[in-house]
Write a protein that binds this ligand. Structure first.
Ligand code: CP
Length: 312
């Protein structure tokens, strides 16, 4: 196996060499995706199940597209139309699916730790497509691919992650991946949304978005999870927008070029001014494009296929 683990559960513990291999493999797959027929037979002997227990647009569709582009047989599972609604347990669900002879499971779940739990239930390779507040490793990888394309490097790049750091699996994967690759990372948000002792991960902390803008090359802006307001973690959406919302006026005051990223879905006009999401400095749709190539790379590298990327 080219990667140390046969699963992708998170970016914590994944080495710089492995991340580089995934990003370089994804860059090659991006070339294949530009061809008139963007399809290779690489995974034609593999059966992959996409288990999404939580809503998703980008991650689910890009995994499904990646599987189709690699000629895998793939099936997508939606909780609402499954026997989970009749009370079937997660363990029984995956053991029954595995009994149909599958090779890989892509899983998104609202509970942190579900992908690790699945590795203890079945033999298939498990890919984490976002678990609770823990990690979203393929998002971290596609974010790094997008930054690397724009800047030609990750080492020394200054990335400020702005928003709800405490509840964000995207922040988790970005922090682990970027630090491993030698980037400098700052987290910025209301104190109530920043975990205590986060400095132990080697990241800078700021509660001033203007300071973060002055420091950073890239702002990775997170979706503010509106349910956190009900939990009393910030006073109101209006106040969050006033203190932490990224807008053109703030960027103009900083008098510098800055790159805007966001994992989606965007709350337009709350964490990010709507015009800015579509501005030239925004890489948001490039992130989505890179999501397909990154997921092809992860599926290929975990498949154990020893042939070339374009071979069956
Ligand atoms: N970025 C992301 O995970 O988006 P989805 O929830 O739409 O998959």
């Amino acid at each position: 196996m080219p990667l140390q683990s046969r699963h992708l559960l998170g970016l914590e513990g994944v080495s710089a060499e492995e991340i580089t291999l995934i990003l370089e493999t994804a860059a090659s797959f991006k070339e294949i995706l530009r061809r008139p027929i963007p399809k290779v037979p690489t995974l034609r002997h593999q059966t992959i199940v996409n288990l999404f227990f939580e809503p998703s647009t980008r991650t689910r569709i890009s995994f499904e597209l990646a599987e189709k582009r690699l000629s895998a047989d793939s099936i997508s599972f939606a909780t609402a139309t499954s026997s989970v609604t009749k009370g079937e347990t997660l363990k029984d669900t995956v053991r029954n699916i595995e009994a149909m002879k599958i090779d890989m499971v892509v899983v998104r779940h609202q509970a942190s730790g579900v992908p690790v739990f699945l590795t203890q239930c079945i033999d298939a390779a498990i890919i984490n497509a976002g678990d609770g507040m823990h990690e979203h490793p393929t998002q971290g990888l596609l974010d790094m691919m997008t930054m690397r394309e724009k800047f030609g490097r990750l080492k020394g790049l200054k990335v400020a992650i702005v928003g709800d750091i405490a509840h964000s699996r995207v922040a988790g994967s970005n922090m682990h991946g970027l630090k491993t690759m030698g980037a400098e990372v700052m987290v910025c948000g209301p104190k109530t949304l920043i975990p205590r002792n986060i400095q132990e991960l080697g990241v800078e902390v700021s509660c001033s978005v203007d300071d973060a803008i002055a420091w950073a090359d890239v702002l990775n802006v997170l979706r503010i999870q509106l349910e956190r307001q009900q939990a009393g973690l910030f006073p109101s959406v209006r106040e969050y927008h006033a203190e932490f919302g990224i807008n053109k006026a703030r960027l103009q005051r900083a008098k510098k070029e800055i790159t805007i990223m966001h994992p989606g879905p965007i709350n337009r006009g709350i964490e990010l001014e709507s015009d800015l999401a579509d501005a030239d400095c925004s890489l948001i749709l490039e992130q989505v494009t890179n999501g397909v190539a990154v997921r092809m790379a992860v599926l290929y590298l975990l498949s154990g296929n020893e042939e070339g990327m374009a071979e069956g």
